[in-house]
Design a binder for this molecule. Structure first.
Ligand code: TRP
Length: 434
């Protein structure tokens, strides 16, 4: 076994970093607006059901695969069968594609932190947002800045970079979140927002909702891109992988719910609509911040919180490729980081320009940004998770009884990994492509 591979300082650092990876834009930006789109509480019920049953299995399998094989993704798949090398390679590839649009949104956040500090106000936040994302210089500059900050931490290694970032940013994130929740709940009519979140209207259930909930669940738990496999490969000792897996799932879900509790009461309190899509955080919320006393401070707190969440996730996305580059090409982390910076910039710059100058260029009728989002969330992540389950269940022969004491639950895990989840994922893929 490779003795030069880094390890986490403790089980706590591993779990914190995995929570940092899971809790990101998916929880605070995407979850509330998807929930808004699908009718609030009823979506939440379906989402919780899926996340506690179906998603637990691939999450545990991915971590266990990393921990057992102790290799970066490509090497891990290759060591099971050389023919699987290409499937392993799909993981960092997906990461690079995800990061290209993830970091663009990260760049938007930096701009909004800046706006809060200069106390920028306008009568038309929607107009401001679209003119900002269309302006080539600014959006590229902020995207590259966000990428640079993430790369800085991955280049410093596991302990000094990734653990350090999570140890500082995650507590700051939780602190700001708690403060903003108290603030939001103290607004008049806050209960309307809570009712919207927690009082399900089952007449709104539709099949598309299941697809959206599963896609959201895979994305928010960072499943299907090698991030958990890579983080799992740095584990020295973990007596209860099941507990670790549930801690990650539980924390991620709590943070998503808390993001909702922070956002929806504020939206309802101001009589605004919760279904404004991707602009919810960048248009609807700034509108509210402009109307409240000390709004710029609240705004700075909110976007800093979003920044912390996006940064710890961005780091995990990059680490997949950094690990592959350093271990396979035997180069330093710094070199690997520079190479990645260049590759990701080459994709992120056109994606960022697809809101403005390059909006005419379309791939399969989608702008470059939408195309990257669609291919990664709807195709590559379910596909990678499918291969992961097949390889872990049928070839690496990971068994539920390795982690779960209860015979019945261990058997459910095996059946889920080998049959149910692969079939569900194929269904999701086919439905998603329609
Ligand atoms: N889970 C993160 C979020 O919710 C995004 C993310 C980080 C991710 N690493 C990942 C998604 C790996 C898929 C795969 O924002």
């Amino acid at each position: 076994m490779n003795s030069t591979r880094p390890n986490w300082t403790s089980r706590y650092s591993f779990i914190l970093a995995s929570i940092g990876s899971a809790v990101g834009l998916g929880n605070i930006w995407r979850f509330p607006y998807i929930m808004g789109k699908y009718g609030g509480a009823v979506f939440l019920v379906i989402y919780l059901l899926l996340i506690l049953t179906i998603c637990f299995i691939p999450l545990l399998a991915e971590l266990a695969m990393g921990k057992t094989l102790k290799k970066e993704c490509i090497g891990a798949y290759e060591s099971i069968n050389p023919k699987f090398k290409l499937l392993g390679f799909l993981n960092p590839l997906t990461g690079i594609l995800i990061s290209s649009f993830y970091f663009i949104v990260g760049g938007w956040i930096i701009n909004y932190i800046y706006l809060s500090f200069i106390n920028y106000k306008t009568a038309d936040y929607g107009g401001y947002f679209s003119s900002f994302i269309q302006s080539p210089m600014l959006s590229i500059l902020f995207t590259l800045l966000f990428l640079f900050i993430c790369i800085f931490f991955t280049s410093r290694g596991i302990k000094k970079g990734i653990e350090f970032a999570n140890n500082v940013l995650m507590p700051l994130f939780a602190f700001l979140l708690a403060g903003l929740i108290i603030f939001s709940l103290s607004l008049p009519n806050a209960n309307l927002g809570l009712e919207y979140m927690f009082k399900p209207d089952f007449s709104k259930v539709n099949p598309e909702m299941f697809l959206a909930a599963l896609g959201q669940a895979l994305f928010t738990l960072s499943i299907g891109m090698g991030a958990l496999l890579t983080y799992g490969s740095y584990i020295k000792e973990d007596k209860s992988m099941v507990k670790s897996a549930y801690t990650i799932i539980f924390s991620d879900t709590m943070f998503a719910l808390m993001a909702g509790i922070m956002i929806f009461p504020a939206i309802f309190s101001f009589g605004l609509e919760p279904d404004s899509g991707a602009g919810l955080v960048f248009v609807t919320l700034p509108n509210i911040f402009a109307k409240i006393p000390f709004g710029n401070i609240v705004s700075a707190a909110f976007f800093t919180l979003l920044f912390c969440a996006a940064l710890t996730s961005g780091i995990s996305i990059l680490e997949v490729s950094v690990a592959s580059l350093t271990e396979r090409m035997k180069i330093s982390r710094i070199k690997a980081s520079v190479i990645l910076f260049i590759i990701i910039s080459l994709i992120a710059i056109p994606a960022s320009l697809s809101f403005g100058g390059l909006h005419n260029i379309t791939l399969f009728k989608k702008s470059i940004f939408d195309f990257l989002d669609f291919t990664t969330s709807n195709i590559l992540m379910p596909l990678n998770t499918f291969f992961l389950c097949i390889i872990a269940g049928w070839f690496l022969k990971i068994k539920g009884s390795q982690f779960i004491n209860n015979k019945f639950f261990a058997m459910l895990f095996d059946i889920g990994l080998k049959f149910i989840i692969p079939v569900v994922l194929i269904g999701v893929l086919v439905a998603g492509l329609k």
